[in-house]
Structures are given as C-alpha cells and as structure tokens.
Ligand binder design. Structure first.
Ligand code: MTE
Ligand code: MO
Length: 482
C-alpha cells in the first residue's frame, strides 16, 4: 500500500482505544484501524481487543478461519499506514506465544470433508449422509469452535457436572457415575448447525462464516439421563418465576481468553417432559466420542446445534439468557437489508427451534447421468425443528414446474410433536425429454412439516449477514451425458 504514512512502533502501541486516537493492529508491514470494526468482529469484541496496539498474527495462527480471502480484503480496507521493515520484524519477534492448543485433537475419518482444521469443522459427503437413517458416528458432522478438551480434563472417573439455580443453591455437583445410575433414556435426534447450507448464500452476496455445504446435519440416537430426572433426583425444582433460562456451559476454552463455550435455552421448553432434554453420555449405543462431547453433552432435541453443548460441565438456571458470544452475538438472523454497518444483535432473538428444510443428497450436484436415461432416482433428507415431523417432500426434475411426492422414511416410534429425528426420502423422477431440456437438468426439493410450514422458494429473500437458516428450496444441477 503506497501513499499511506509510515508510523513507528511507539505510535502503534499507543493506539489501544478510541480515546487514544483509535484502535490499531499490525499485520505484516501494514497498520490497520479497527476502531469501528471491533463491535462487528464475528469472534467477539473482547477477543480482537487482545491484539489492540499489537500484531494480530499469533491469534490468526490459532484461529484458522481468518485464512480466507474476504478476511484479508476486510482488513485491507481498514489500512491506515505502514511500518518500517525493522519495526514489522520487531512485532513479529515479540509476538505473544501460545502453545499449540490443538496438539491433542482426536483422529477423524478421512471421508469427512474438512471445512476448518483448527477448530475442527467437517461434514460428510451428501450421498453418503443420506444412505442411512442413523448417521454412523464417525461420519456425523463435527463443529467445534475451540480445541477439544484434553483427556485429563475429561477423565470420566473424576467427571462431574455442577448444577445451580440463581438465587437458590450454590451449586450441587453430580458425578458422571451418579448420572449413569438414573434411568437411561434414549432419543433419536438430528443435530443441525444454524449455518447448514451457508455457502449457497454467497451466490447472492458475500456472507461471513465458515464454509458449509448441506452436510452440517446428522441424525443419531442419544442416550443419557433426562434433565428433569436429574433435577428430581437432587430435589431441585426451579419453580421461581424469575428463572427463565437454562445455561449449558462446556469445558472447551478459548486458548487466548480462557472463555468457555456456553449457550442457553428457555426454561419452560427445557423442563417440558416432551422436550426430552438429555444429559447424554452415549451416541448410537456407544460412549460419546471426544469430538461430540465426551464424556457428557446436552442434547436439546429440535433445537439448533449451537445449544447442544458438548463437554458439559455446568448447568445454570438463570433469570437472564446466557451472555456468551454464541448466544448474544452469533446464531441470530436478520433481514436481507441489515448489513455489518447497521446490525444490532440485541434486536433479534437467539435461534432455537429450527425451520423446515430439505436437501437433495443424491445424485450430487454436478453429477452426470446417462444420455439415454429416462428417469433418475433422487434421495435426500428433510427435517423440521421443535418436534414437527415431515409430512411431505415435493421433488421436481424440471426446476420446479412439476412436482412428485417422495416416499418418506420417517424416524421410528416418535410421537406427534415429538419428532426429533430427520426424515429420509426417495423418489424416481421421469426426466424431461432431450427436446425440452437438452443440457442440464435442475432437480429441486422442498418439504412440508406437520404444521404445514413450507420452505421459502428463493435464497435472496432470506439472505442474512451470517448466512444462517438457509432453508430455501434446495436446487442441484445434473448433466446429461453426450
Ligand atoms: N459445544 C461446545 N462445548 N463447544 C462447541 O464448539 N459447537 C456447537 C454445539 N455444541 C459447540 C458445542 C455447534 S455450533 C454445533 S452445530 C454442534 O455442537 C455440533 O455438534 P457435533 O459436533 O456433535 O456435530
Ligand atoms: Mo453450529
């Protein structure tokens, strides 16, 4: 960047607040004024402030989500000056050092499509995902915001969870071994990330967030103790009308700030027996794997993935909602007209129950079929939050002009309004003739849930800055061979 002034190291280190002339950070030889950006930092204001008046490089090394084109572009727009080569070297050499918090991550199945290595985020290929009702644990999508807690921290023989009620108890600790003595309850529940299908949004306008195709959802049978049974066993009943939320706090920590992952759900939902909120220690009849919260996680059926807190260490019944970044300043959606300059996170409620959605999983987008084929068999999943089952999936092979009912495989033994597993579907579609559709064929699906909620047709009508809740009609294109 030519034409910008050169500032000295001494000048940079003084720029740590609005009052001191703005908040500056260093990246290589550039100096950037992030004063206005701080509040919009997707990772939270407190974290980016750790780099105020200093280099951001050690943080970016830990948080690899920064290694993206748009991040560098956003930064470059904020450039206000340059450092001499000598001062840039000084910042680099004196950068705070963090020991690698990812040194003890578990092994993962190579079939997964990795979206981020650190923290680990990956989804299964769609055609494999829709092959079975219960997703094999190794292929279940994985979404970590932070390093996986170490085996020492999660030693099951010493593991306990602390439960407290605001204004009542100081916290009661329950050993994992005691939780296992309570009746074991199992529930089939899909877990879906609020950002599932985020990448499609970028065809409308750039969104901020990690990459996701449509595989940020999987279906498992979770087993453990029901939250309501745990409360009863220790004689706690949060009947105080001021208690409005249940906070779940994880053990996984931000290596730079020490802040732990946490989220909350409304108390009346969590204490409704129909919700079947679970402190789960098993997944698909085996002990939870490390990536999915070993040895204990909260499972909140029908609710966005973010509230299904892994490595569960504390449960708090509180007057207020959880004040974590993930509850307050992430996992909320806005109108397509809201952008980073005018977004007010306090104006939108945190996402809880998920809207109705469906995806074509097979064939894969871009696949080729035989030139002479007269039909194609299409498979996928459909899901709705809040216990609403799927009653119909419409599939089209002509871009949405004519529709065919898919055959549904609904989750077994789930009661009305307690349908927490996903639905798989399959349909064989007659193909339009070569004359009608000479080249590509557009396959579209849309689902209807038990309350007759439908999916929005277009992507641009639900576009939002963080690329959340994409439940628009799912469209893929396949090619007819020559
Ligand atoms: N719990 C903890 N402690 N830490 C996390 O990073 N990620 C959340 C949720 N629970 C997370 C967490 C998010 S955003 C999602 S989508 C789901 O876990 C993913 O669950 P999975 O990795 O078991 O698929
Ligand atoms: Mo998520």
């Amino acid at each position: 960047k030519h034409g910008l002034p050169t500032y000295s190291r001494d000048q940079v280190v003084k720029h740590t607040s609005k009052q001191s002339g703005g908040i500056w950070v260093v990246y290589n030889q550039g100096i950037y004024d992030i004063t206005e950006f701080v509040e919009n930092h997707p990772g939270g204001a407190d974290r980016i402030m750790l780099a105020a008046g200093n280099t951001i490089q050690p943080f970016w090394n830990i948080y690899s989500q920064h290694k993206e084109e748009w991040v560098y572009e956003t930064l470059e727009e904020l450039r206000v000056g340059n450092l001499s080569a000598q001062d840039a070297a000084y910042f680099r050499e004196h950068a705070p050092h963090y020991s690698d918090p990812y040194a003890k991550e578990p092994k993962r199945d190579p079939t997964l499509l990795v979206r981020s290595e650190q923290p680990f985020t990956a989804e299964p290929p769609l055609d494999i995902l829709a092959q079975q009702m219960v997703t094999p644990t190794d292929l279940f999508y994985k979404r970590n915001h932070l390093p996986v807690p170490s085996p020492t921290e999660t030693d099951p023989s010493a593991y306990k969870v602390t439960l407290s009620v605001e204004g009542q108890t100081n916290g009661i600790s329950i050993a994992l071994s005691d939780l296992k003595k309570l009746p074991k309850h199992s529930v089939m529940s899909a877990v879906q990330c609020g950002g599932n299908r985020r990448d499609e949004f970028s065809t409308v306008k750039q969104v901020k967030g990690g990459h996701w195709d449509a595989g940020a959802i999987s279906n498992a049978v979770w087993s453990g103790a029901l939250l309501i049974d745990v409360l009863e066993s220790i004689g706690v009943s949060p009947s105080d009308p001021d208690i409005k939320h249940v906070e779940f706090i994880g053990l996984d920590k931000d290596p730079t700030t020490g802040v732990t992952y946490a989220a909350s759900v409304p108390v009346e939902m969590a204490l409704d027996p129909k919700s079947q909120v679970l402190l789960a220690y098993e997944m698909n009849d085996e002990e939870l794997p490390r990536d999915h919260g070993f040895p204990l996680r909260a499972v909140v059926p029908g609710v966005v993935g973010a509230r299904n807190v892994k490595w569960l260490s504390q449960i708090k019944f509180s007057h207020g909602e959880c004040d974590s970044h993930w509850q307050q300043s992430d996992y909320k959606s806005f109108s397509p007209s809201v952008d980073w300059s005018n977004v007010d996170y306090s104006k939108a409620p945190a996402i809880q129950e998920m809207p109705v959605t469906s995806t074509v999983c097979s064939p894969l987008h871009g696949a080729s079929i035989d030139a002479s084929a007269q039909s194609v068999t299409v498979r996928g999943y459909a899901y709705s939050g809040g216990g609403r089952g799927i009653i119909r999936v419409d599939v089209s092979a002509d871009g949405g002009k004519t529709w065919h009912d898919a055959t549904l495989q609904t989750p077994p033994d789930q009661k009305r309004n307690q349908v927490y597993g996903w639905t798989l579907w399959e349909v064989t579609l007659p193909l339009p003739t070569q004359a009608d559709a000479p080249g590509d064929i557009e396959i579209v699906c849309k689902a209807v849930d038990s309350q007759y909620n439908v999916q929005p047709e277009t992507l641009d009508s639900i576009w939002n800055i963080r690329g959340l809740l994409n439940n628009s009609w799912h469209r893929i294109t396949i090619h007819r061979g020559a």
